[in-house]
Design a protein around this ligand. Structure first.
Ligand code: FAD
Length: 188
């Protein structure tokens, strides 16, 4: 469709997709992405592990715990950091505590098995954690296939928002504004 319109300029704002885990069992039916879960495309079992304790992982964990599920967040870093304002972060962490969400910080997911996920700490002490569904929330990767397909054909092409670099709604809006503003300035 883009080619048929022979545009002078294209702004690609195709967003991002959740990062995948490259470990044994990660392609199993008990593994779902955070977006699939939030959009209702995938259902979770009673015992849920959320891989990733950033803003998205914490929000998904809270949402699932509020639906009477037992939720554990596994995070590689020693501390949870949602990267938001301090007041928002402490409120989120308080709500997670109230919902009895368990945090396994400094732990790495190594394998997805039937009914469990195998995690290790930094010195490879291994623990098996009960898990009906593993929800992936370990960051986002730009969805840039459209940009890559068109970049050699279109004289003026931009990737904005998450397609340029996954971030926040505010950053995506700024990106769009800057590109739109610059393009307007060039119109004779
Ligand atoms: C679970 C989750 C929670 C988040 N929570 C927050 C939060 O609390 N606060 C915050 O600031 N940010 C949050 N973010 C990040 C925020 O959603 C993104 O930074 C923002 O939506 C990026 O905007 P965008 O327009 O670049 O991409 P998107 O909002 O992802 O929009 C891209 C659109 O392009 C469409 N598309 C893709 N490919 C094509 C194609 N080939 N042709 C046509 N259309 C296409 C997609 O369907 C989609 O509708 C969250 C993200 C996720 C995944």
């Amino acid at each position: 469709m883009v080619r048929a319109k022979t545009p002078d300029a294209v702004i690609v704002a195709t967003g991002s997709t959740p990062s995948r885990l490259e470990i044994p069992g990660a392609d199993g039916r008990n593994v779902a992405t955070c977006t699939d879960v939030l959009l209702g495309r995938r259902k979770c079992g009673k015992h849920v592990i959320v891989a990733g304790g950033g803003l998205i992982g914490c929000q998904v964990a809270l949402w699932l715990a509020g639906q009477d599920r037992e939720v554990t967040v596994v995070e590689e870093l020693p501390d949870i950091s949602t990267g938001g304002f301090e007041a928002n972060e402490s409120m989120l962490l308080e709500m997670l505590e109230r919902e009895d969400v368990v945090f396994l910080n400094g732990m790495h997911i190594r394998q997805v098995a039937t009914g469990a996920v195998i995690v290790t700490d930094d010195v490879y002490k291994t623990v098996s954690v009960r898990c009906d569904t593993l929800v992936l929330a370990m960051g986002l990767v730009p969805r840039r296939d459209l940009y890559d397909t068109l970049k050699m054909e279109i004289p003026e092409i931009y990737a904005v928002g998450d397609a340029r670099r996954p971030g926040t709604i505010q950053e995506a809006i700024w990106d769009g504004f800057h590109v739109g503003h610059a393009a307007c300035a060039r119109v004779p």
